[in-house]
Design a protein around this ligand. Structure first.
Ligand code: NDP
Ligand code: 2IT
Length: 449
């Protein structure tokens, strides 16, 4: 890796010092700052106006108590977060994550990434993220509802279609968005559709939002293959996770002619050499809220479940991590490269560790980062906001065409920008620099705020 420019090195040291213990946030900042070294050399105006330093400090951080009563009558206390990171391009926009691992550092890393991702979509949305350390696993329907209502009872005052617009992420899907929206509507006495995205189709949601992150990931991958004069035909793919992003990535890969031979959850992975049966996977994960081990049982002889196994053991041509941050480490990367994997794209946010990314670059594995690859989810959220604002709703086909166009534009922007900064084919630099410049120029125009 080339050296950090002196200015960004100082900023990184300041971020590390002022945000102690927030390892994932440091990791995300380091990666972006690293890409920005050549930009700073060319554009002193970003140094003079402290744009990068301001970008690293959230505009507002909200932490709140979420008390609720479980089915046994016990009072439970969780912690809620919303980090409103940057609103230079539009209202804060980004998902809510409900998972026991959620803490301020995780929410800040996700919010920071979201700034550049949202900028790359070319749509008028700023960056933010939120969530809670609430664990929905094993909770009843009414416990999830009571939790969501308590969470929104505090958060509602910070939201609004012109202010901050949450959506889903890990542990938050249409069901949770429904309870959150219901409570927002009740407290405010306003049917403000544009305040949350990922809504159901009968109450203000957009076609394709459910599929958007997975589909968009595969559209981006398809652009990478096309740029290398290849296609999905005959390609074996491993996808990690089996949640919203993974399921629709698998579905689109199959539609385009590839074969997904394995997927996973936190209990292990399932290998299915003839290709994951996505309808069965949807039934198990979406309808029954089950595990991939249940999928393996129902699928019969075709499938093998490897308890606590690492899915990256399965040889493949393409790997698509779609579960969580830092789920693919240096050893996994070495194993993938050795088994013949040629392309890795991040469906999840920051799933590959920095050492894994280094292995990819040294072994000629083409790599593309989450903030470009998985931007189709938030882009379709912006399309949902557009439909809400005009009280319109578009067909599935129309919406999917727009998503495909957006992904193709993001891909193009990454490559063009990488070329401009003498890093041809480097999707990480391309995404970070292109995302940064648009936000930075808006921040310059808006003055020191
Ligand atoms: P889901 O909750 O639908 O699914 C998450 C999947 O990842 C599950 O299979 C889950 O397994 C697995 N997983 C989650 N945390 C862990 C962990 N700590 N260790 C092992 N496995 C884990 O979430 P999504 O599919 O929505 O999100 C997946 C990733 O994609 C996240 O990084 C998210 O930030 C990112 N993303 C999501 C977008 C969206 O629109 N939903 C948009 C852009 C990015 P288990 O059930 O066993 O926990
Ligand atoms: O990480 C992400 O981009 C998301 N979880 C989706 C955010 C959104 O507002 O749709």
């Amino acid at each position: 890796m080339p050296e950090l420019h002196e200015h960004v090195e100082r900023i990184y040291a300041e971020v590390a010092r002022r945000n102690p213990g927030e390892d994932e946030f440091h990791q995300a900042v380091f990666e972006v700052l690293h890409s920005l070294s050549p930009v700073v050399s060319k554009h002193p105006e970003y140094v003079d106006s402290a744009v990068i330093r301001r970008l690293c400090e959230p505009e507002r951080q909200i932490i709140f108590r979420v008390p609720w009563v479980d089915d046994d009558g016990n009072v439970q206390i969780n912690r809620g977060f919303r980090v409103e990171f940057n609103s230079a391009l539009g209202p804060f926009k980004g998902g809510l994550r409900f998972h026991p691992s959620v803490n301020l550092g995780i929410v800040k890393f996700l919010g920071f990434e979201q700034i550049f991702k949202n900028s790359l979509t070319g749509m008028p949305i700023g960056g933010g993220k939120g969530g809670s350390d609430f664990d929905p696993k094993g909770r009843s329907e009414s416990e999830v509802m009571r939790f969501c209502q308590s969470f929104m009872t505090e958060l509602y005052r910070h939201l609004g279609e012109y202010t901050d617009v949450p959506a889903g992420d890990i542990g938050v899907g249409t069901r949770e968005i429904g309870y959150l929206f219901g409570q927002y509507k009740r407290i405010t006495n306003r049917y403000e559709s544009g305040t949350l995205t990922g809504k159901g189709l009968t109450w203000g949601g957009s076609q394709v939002r459910t599929e958007a992150t997975g589909y968009g990931t595969v559209y981006f991958l398809n652009e990478m293959l096309r740029a290398g004069r290849q296609s999905f035909e005959g390609k074996q793919v491993v996808v990690s996770g089996s949640g919203n992003v993974a399921i629709y990535a698998i579905q689109k890969i199959h539609q385009l002619g590839g074969t997904v031979v394995a997927c996973s959850d936190s209990g292990g992975y399932v290998r299915d050499q003839t290709g994951i049966d996505v309808e069965l996977l949807k039934e198990v994960k979406e309808a029954r809220r089950g595990r991939v081990s249940d999928y393996a049982i129902l699928r019969g002889d075709e499938a093998t479940f490897v308890e606590h196994g690492r899915v990256w053991e399965v040889p493949c041509d393409i790997a698509v991590p779609c579960a969580t941050q830092n789920e693919l480490d240096e050893d996994d990367a070495l194993r993938l490269a050795k088994s013949g994997c040629r392309i890795v794209v991040e469906g999840a946010n920051m799933p590959c560790t920095p050492k894994a990314v280094k292995v990819f670059s040294e072994s000629g594995v083409l790599f593309a980062p989450g903030k470009a690859v998985n931007a189709g989810g938030v882009a379709t959220s912006a399309l949902e906001m557009q439909q809400n604002a005009s009280r319109d709703s578009w067909t599935f086909q129309e919406t999917e065409v727009r998503l495909a166009e957006i992904m193709s534009r993001i891909h193009e922007r990454c490559l063009t920008t990488a070329d401009q900064y003498d890093r041809p084919g480097d999707y990480v630099s391309g995404a970070n620099i292109a995302g940064f410049i648009q936000v930075a120029d808006a921040m310059l125009a808006l003055g020191v705020i």
